[in-house]
Design a protein around this ligand. Structure first.
Ligand code: ATP
Ligand code: MG
Ligand code: MG
Ligand code: MG
Length: 471
C-alpha cells in the first residue's frame, strides 16, 4: 500500500462512519499567538473543543499538515537520528465534539488498524494514563487485549496537551513492537522507551479539560475525542520499512539527493543522516513557504531560515556545493500536489524563495565553516574546551549561522558552547544598533519611518533575503 493509499484509507474509513472530511488548516495557526506552528490535528478545532465555536458537524476527519520545530513539541534535533521523527509530517485524525467518547474511539482505532491496515494483533501494545481504569476495561474486556500488553504511563507520555495552555486530557496510545532489532541496550526498554522498537503509531486523546495560564484545569463543556496518527509512521509499518525515510513518502526525495550528490544513502551513517535531514527539511521548507512563512531573522521566519540553512549545511557535508534545495523541493511539490493542491498554485514562488535563501547563504557558508574549523582547532589545542561566545556570535551575525548549525558540527560532547558570552555579544550589538534600526520585511516600522520622511536604501530582496537597513 502506498502512502497516499494509507491516507485515503483513513479518510474513507471515517467518512463511512459519518465523519465530515475537513481540509488541513494552515501551518500558521490563525489567531493563536500561543503557538508557533500547527503541531497537531486538533489545533484548528481548539475553539470548538472549549465551546467557543459551534460547527455544523459533531465528528470530523482530517489529514493535517504539522510542523514540530519549536515550542512545546520540538523534534528538530531528532530528525536524521530516529526512524520516526520529522519536523514536517501529516497527522491523520478523527474528532468528536461531544459526540462519541472513549469506547467508540478505541473501537474505531482498533478496527481500522487490524482490519483496515491489517496489522498483526499480537504485536500491538497499548499505553493508558496511570489511573484510567475505564480505558483499561475497554481495551481488556471489550477489545480483548491481554493485560500484559497494556501499560500505564505518566503525564509525560499519556496526558496530552497542545501547549502550556489550552485543551488537554488523558490519552491512550497504540504502539507496535517492531522487534529486538530496533531496540536499545537499556534493560528497561519497553513501551514508552525513546528508541524505535515500540513504535508509537496512534494517540487517542480524551479531551476533557482546558488548562489556563495558572495551570488550573477546567472541565470542557462536553468531553471530546482528538486522535492523531502519523501518516509516515503507519506507512512505514505497512511497507515493512526500517524507517519512515524508507517509505515511498520519502524515497523520491532521497533519490533526488543521491542523484545530485552522486552519493548513496548506504555509503555511511553520516551520509544517511545528512540525506534524511535534507529530505525532511525540504518538506518543511516547502510547506511553510506555501503557507506564507518567509525566511527572516525573527519568529516563525527564523525557524524556517534555521531549517533551510541546516539542510544546506548538511548538503555541503555530502558535497552539494551548488544550490540544490529548490530541486528537492520540486520533487516534494510533484509528489504532494494531489493531496495539497495549494502547492501547485505557489510552485514558482516557493522555488524562488528557496533559491534566494540558498544563494544568499552560500556566499557566507564556506567562510563561516572555515572560521569555525579554525576556532575548533584552537579549542582542541587548549585545556579549556570552550568555544567562545564571540566566535558563535560572529558566525551568527556575519556568516548567518544559526546556533544549531554550530551545535550540529560540534560532535565532540566535551566542547562547551559559551552561550552566556553569545548573549552578551548579542546585547552589545543590539545596544550599538539601537539608532540604526534593522527590521524584517513587514511594514510597521518601515511605514512609520517613511511617513516621517526617513529614506531607505534597497539592499536586496528585502522580503526574500531578510532585511534592509534604514540609513
Ligand atoms: P513520540 O513519543 O514518538 O515523540 P509523540 O507522543 O510526541 O510521539 P503525539 O503528540 O502523541 O506524538 O502525536 C500523535 C502522533 O503523531 C504520534 O503517535 C505519531 O504517530 C505522530 N507523530 C508525532 N510526532 C511526530 C514527528 N515528529 N514526526 C512524525 N510523526 C509524528
Ligand atoms: Mg514527541
Ligand atoms: Mg510519545
Ligand atoms: Mg504520543
Amino acid at each position: 500500500m502506498k502512502g497516499s493509499e494509507a491516507r485515503k484509507l483513513f479518510i474513507d474509513y471515517f467518512k463511512k462512519h459519518n465523519h465530515r472530511h475537513v481540509r488541513s488548516s494552515s501551518l500558521v495557526p490563525s489567531d493563536d499567538p500561543t503557538l508557533l506552528f500547527t503541531n497537531a490535528g486538533m489545533v484548528q478545532f481548539k475553539r470548538t473543543f472549549i465551546g467557543e465555536e459551534k460547527r455544523d458537524y459533531s465528528t470530523a476527519v482530517t489529514s493535517q499538515k504539522c510542523v514540530r520545530a519549536g515550542g512545546k513539541h520540538n523534534d528538530l534535533e531528532n530528525v536524521g537520528y530516529t526512524a520516526r521523527h520529522h519536523t514536517f509530517f501529516e497527522m491523520l485524525g478523527n474528532f468528536s465534539f461531544g459526540d462519541y467518547f472513549k469506547e467508540k474511539a478505541i473501537a474505531f482505532a482498533w478496527d481500522l488498524l487490524t482490519n483496515g491496515y491489517g496489522l498483526p494483533v499480537d504485536k500491538l501494545w497499548i499505553s493508558i494514563y496511570l489511573d484510567d481504569d475505564e480505558a483499561f476495561e475497554i481495551w481488556n474486556k471489550q477489545i480483548g487485549v491481554p493485560e500484559d500488553r497494556i501499560v500505564r504511563l505518566g503525564e509525560a507520555d499519556n496526558f496530552w496537551s497542545m501547549g502550556d495552555t489550552g485543551p488537554c486530557g488523558p490519552c491512550t496510545e497504540i504502539h507496535i513492537d517492531r522487534g529486538e532489532r530496533f531496540g536499545c541496550d537499556s534493560p528497561t526498554c519497553a513501551v514508552g522507551c525513546d528508541c524505535d522498537r515500540y513504535l508509537e503509531i496512534w494517540n487517542l486523546v480524551f479531551m476533557q479539560f482546558d488548562r489556563d495560564e495558572s495551570g488550573t484545569l477546567t472541565p470542557l463543556p462536553n468531553p471530546c475525542i482528538d486522535t492523531g496518527m502519523g501518516l509516515e509512521r503507519i506507512t512505514s509499518v505497512i511497507q515493512g520499512a526500517d524507517t519512515n525515510y524508507d517509505t515511498d513518502l520519502f524515497t523520491p526525495i532521497i533519490g533526488k539527493v543521491e542523484e545530485l550528490s552522486g552519493k548513496k544513502m548506504t555509503d555511511s551513517e553520516e551520509t544517511a543522516i545528512a540525506m534524511k535531514v535534507i529530505a525532511d527539511h525540504t518538506r518543511s521548507a516547502t510547506f511553510l513557504i506555501s503557507d506564507g512563512v518567509m525566511p527572516s531573522n525573527e519568529g516563525r521566519g527564523y525557524v524556517l531560515r534555521r531549517i533551510m540553512r541546516r539542510a544546506i549545511r548538511y548538503g555541503r557535508f555530502i558535497g552539494l556545493t551548488e544550490p540544490f534545495l529548490h530541486d528537492t523541493s520540486r520533487v516534494v511539490m510533484t509528489m504532494m500536489a494531489d493531496a495539497f493542491p495549494e502547492l501547485k498554485e505557489s510552485e514558482a514562488f516557493i522555488t524562488n524563495v528557496i533559491q534566494n535563501e540558498e544563494e544568499s547563504f552560500s556566499v557566507t557558508l564556506d567562510n563561516g565553516l572555515r572560521l569555525l574549523e579554525e576556532a575548533l582547532e584552537e579549542v582542541n589545542a587548549s585545556d579549556e574546551k570552550v568555544l567562545s561566545g564571540d566566535v558563535i556570535f560572529k558566525l551568527y551575525d556575519t556568516y548567518g549561522f544559526p546556533v544549531d548549525i554550530v551545535r550540529d558540527i560540534i560532535t565532540d560532547d566535551a566542547i562547551v558552547l559559551d552561550m552566556d558570552g553569545f548573549d552578551k555579544a548579542m546585547d552589545a550589538q543590539r545596544e550599538k544598533s539601537r539608532s540604526n534600526i534593522t527590521f524584517t520585511r513587514t511594514g510597521e516600522a518601515f511605514r512609520k519611518l517613511s511617513a516621517e520622511g526617513v529614506k531607505t536604501e534597497f539592499t536586496g530582496y528585502a522580503g526574500l533575503t531578510g532585511e534592509s537597513k534604514i540609513l
